[in-house]
Design a protein around this ligand. Structure first.
Ligand SMILES: [Cu+2]
Length: 258
């Protein structure tokens, strides 16, 4: 019995208590837990306060407390039961706060380190004024379009060719600095195929608002088929035309930016 119970309790990382999966799922779990506990604590505190405000209300004839039990100005409440209420509330708060802090810490530790998955796809991201360049493990490079397979962790190594940028895909809860001369690491897993938008989140010049890239999440087999046709030199024909339209947009649009 005991030996069966110990592993789950001793290793919260494996017990399922700490959420694992996509960043979206992890951050949603944090939000839900905080919302739930915050609401619970708020309802208990405000409820107890209102209860006492009503119980000790002024006015004659309420019949709840005798006048001799009432505190006089300057008198400290002695409490009852040897401070039982004080200790109960103190320990309850302590348990809630300590569990919340450790749970959040373990959760964010996972977000920070990423899934230790040897099967992750490594992509290098380079920001420049004004766009994003992606380089795949085979050396294939694309501009403005990042294609990734669904359900597979994507490990990003981010840097910049010129000034500070910040690479972010809000829907996938990814955001990381692009610092000149440095590399920053982040990761994401997209469980739904579809098209997402990556944007720059660091004001970097006149074209900053238009510094976006398409993130195309493909079913794994479609991705593999696409990736098998890529080469180290550059984008495929269809990708090039997409790049041109992106380049055309970004060369046109900054001109109208005030
Ligand atoms: Cu930028």
């Amino acid at each position: 019995m005991v030996t069966e119970l110990v592993p789950a309790a001793a290793f919260p990382l494996q017990s399922g208590l700490v959420p694992r999966g996509t960043r979206t799922f992890v951050f949603e779990s944090i939000f839900e837990v905080f919302l739930l506990l915050g609401t619970l604590v708020g309802v208990v505190v405000v409820g107890y306060m209102l209860y006492n405000a009503y119980k000790y209300r002024s006015g004659s004839g309420n019949g709840h407390i005798d006048d001799e039990d009432r505190l006089v100005l300057g008198e400290l409440p002695s409490g009852s039961g040897g401070g039982r209420k004080l200790f109960t509330s103190f320990f309850m708060s302590m348990i809630i706060v300590v569990s919340l802090v450790s749970w959040t810490y373990l959760t964010l530790l996972y977000v920070e380190e990423g899934p230790s998955d040897a099967e992750s796809l490594d992509v290098e991201v380079e920001g420049y004024q004004f766009g994003w360049r992606f380089t795949y493990p085979n050396g294939h490079t694309t501009d403005g379009v990042l294609r990734v397979p669904a359900d597979r962790p994507v490990q990003l190594t981010i840097t910049t060719a010129d000034v500070f940028h910040n690479f972010g895909i809000t829907e996938l809860r990814v955001k990381s600095d692009a610092i000149p001369g440095q590399e920053t690491e982040t990761w994401f897993t997209a469980d739904e195929p579809g098209t997402y938008t990556a944007q720059c989140y660091e004001l970097c010049g006149a074209g900053h608002s238009y510094m976006s890239a398409e993130v195309i999440v493909m079913p794994p087999d479609e991705y593999e088929a696409w990736y098998a046709n890529t080469t180290a030199d550059n984008a495929t024909a269809s990708e090039s035309s997409a790049d041109e339209s992106v380049a055309a947009k970004s060369s046109l649009r900054p001109a109208v930016v005030p």
